[in-house]
Design a protein around this ligand. Sequence first.
Ligand SMILES: NC(=O)c1ccc[n+]([C@@H]2O[C@H](COP(=O)([O-])OP(=O)(O)OC[C@H]3O[C@@H](n4cnc5c(N)ncnc54)[C@H](O)[C@@H]3O)[C@@H](O)[C@H]2O)c1
Length: 249
Amino acid sequence: MSVENKTIVVAGAGGGMGKEIVRLLLADKANVVGCDINVEGLSEFQTEGNFLALQGDLLDEAVVKDMFDQANTTFGGINGLVNAAGIAQRATPIEEVSLKAWHKIMNLNMTMAFLTCREAVRYMKENKAGSIVNIGSVSTTRPRPGLQSYVASKGAIESFSKALALELAPDKINVNILHPGPCDTSMLEQFAKEGANIDEVKDSVFKQSVPLGELLTPIDIANSVKFLLSNEAKMITGTVMHVDGGRSV
Ligand SMILES: NC(=O)c1ccc[n+]([C@@H]2O[C@H](COP(=O)([O-])OP(=O)(O)OC[C@H]3O[C@@H](n4cnc5c(N)ncnc54)[C@H](O)[C@@H]3O)[C@@H](O)[C@H]2O)c1
C-alpha cells in the first residue's frame, strides 16, 4: 500500500485529522501540499523537501485556484486530494439555528469541497488519473439530536462524492467518502451542548456510542485515507467507508 511519489493536496491540513494525514503521507514519501486557513501547526514539516504549506481561506475561489496552481508548479502534477477541513455544530434545537449559522456550516462542510474538487479535477483529467477522498461523518448514518445542519452538510458531501465518482470514472479518477466516528480531536468537544463538561461527555456519550469501546484517533483515519489514495485502491470508487469502531451498525 504505497503513495510514494504521488502529489497529494490535503485541505484542512492543520486540523487534528489533517495533520496526521500529512504526517503519514510524508512518511510514505508522497509530496504533500497542506492547505489551511491556519498553518501554524504545520511548521514541524517545513524542513521536509517534499512538503509545501499554503495558508488561505479555502472558501475563496481565487485562493483555491492559486493553491492548486502552486501545488502543480512545485511538484509537477496533482494525483490526490483529501478534503479534511470543516466545522462542527454545537447541539442546538432547530428553532434556535440562525440562517447565517446554517449557511456557514453548509459552506465550510460542502461548498469548500466543491471548490477544491473542481480545481483538482482540472489537473487530474490531464493525466487521466487521480484519487479524491472526502471526509464526511458517521452522523450521516447515525444522527444525534441538535446536529441537523451538520448532518445535512455531511449528507450532501456523501451524495456529491457518489455523483462525482460516476462523472469522473471515464477519466480514471476515483472519488470516495470516508465517514469517521467520534475522533479525539479538538473538534469533538465542539459538538457538545453549551456549558457541558467535555471530559464527561467524551466518556459517557461519545466513547459509549462506539461498539469497539474507544474513541477514534487521527491515525485511524489517516491509515484508511492513505489506503484510498494508494494504487491498491484503484478499483474502489463511489464507496462509503466507515471508520467508526462500529458506530454506524
Ligand atoms: N472529530 C470528530 O469527531 C469528527 C467526526 C466525524 C467527522 N469529522 C470530520 O472530519 C473532518 C476533520 O475534522 P477534525 O476533527 O480534524 O477537525 P479540526 O477542527 O481539527 O480541523 C478542521 C480544519 O479545517 C480548517 N478550516 C476550517 N475552515 C477553513 C477554511 N475556510 N479554509 C481553510 N481551512 C479551514 C481549520 O483551520 C482546521 O485546521 C471534518 O470534516 C469533520 O467534520 C470529525
